[in-house]
Design a binder for this molecule. Structure first.
Ligand code: FES
Length: 259
């Protein structure tokens, strides 16, 4: 492992704090991956080994998780990681066009960084901000109601070091490494800054207030879901793992899966 003694000591201290928040050490894997990403900007072999050591699991188990979630990067990204939502609603509202023009303008593709290391681009899926479509994100902060022109200006500003502000939330933009540390569970104090829910997100609430609509009370009597069947009522011994459901059904067959 190539972490220097100082870095290692600091990471171990932070890892201990993170692990202490969970009933079982392995539950801390996701924030630990963000922690190592905050150190080097992406999840390296060293980072994977470090997580495995701290949690008492294998590097293969850590790698399985780190390669499943797209928020963990396996090659360097830019100081500002720029996501363009190309999921259904954003796509039809212009997200595809933004991606095409921005990618050509910056000269980089999906999960690639500009040569100056300032900006990387990613095609991302729905950010649960469809009411502001088409949406972009920089280090997971929202940039709403984008156009190809606004997107290109945003990337140019980031590359030239000009300060840019998200449409909602913090009044300054964290770097990729700083944002990763926040995701590891070490707040930077910016979470409560700026506009939180935008007007578009509050339209339903406003309508409900104007019309006197209320959510049903939680304590009213409702039809109860059926009680789960108890094991002793099932009539036969539970299926042993790896065995076919019945003598005639082959393991792994569709018939077996549907039983
Ligand atoms: S489709 Fe883009 S935020 Fe939902």
């Amino acid at each position: 492992m190539t972490y220097g003694p100082e870095v290692r000591e600091r990471l171990e201290r932070d890892a201990k704090e993170i692990i202490g928040r969970y009933p079982r050490p392995r539950s801390a894997l996701l924030p630990l991956l963000h922690l190592v990403q905050s150190e080097e900007g992406h999840v390296t072999e060293d980072g994977i080994e470090f997580c495995a050591e701290q949690l008492g699991i294998t590097p293969a188990q850590v790698t399985g998780v780190a390669t499943f979630y797209t928020q963990y990067k396996h090659a360097p990204v830019g100081e500002y990681h720029v996501g363009v939502c190309i999921n259904t609603l954003c796509a039809v509202m212009g997200g595809d066009q933004i991606w095409n023009e921005l990618s050509e303008h910056a000269g980089v593709g999906h999960d690639e960084a500009t040569p100056d290391g300032k900006v990387s681009l990613e095609r991302i899926e729905c950010n649960a901000a469809c009411d502001f479509a088409p949406v972009m994100m920089v280090n997971w902060e929202f940039f709403d109601n984008m156009t190809p022109e606004k997107a290109k200006q945003l990337v140019d500003d980031l590359r030239s070091g000009k300060q840019v502000l998200p449409s909602r939330g913090p009044e300054s933009l964290a770097t990729w490494k700083e944002a990763s540390r926040v995701l590891a569970g070490f707040p930077d104090g910016r979470a409560g800054e700026g506009l939180q829910a935008g007007p578009e997100s509050l339209v339903g609430l406003k309508l409900a207030q104007e019309r006197g609509w209320e959510a049903p009370r939680a304590d009213v009597e409702r039809e109860r879901p059926e009680e789960p069947v108890k094991a002793e009522e099932m009539g036969s011994t539970p299926q042993e793992p790896g065995k076919p459901v019945s003598g005639e059904v082959k393991p792994g067959s569709q018939e077996g899966r549907n039983k």
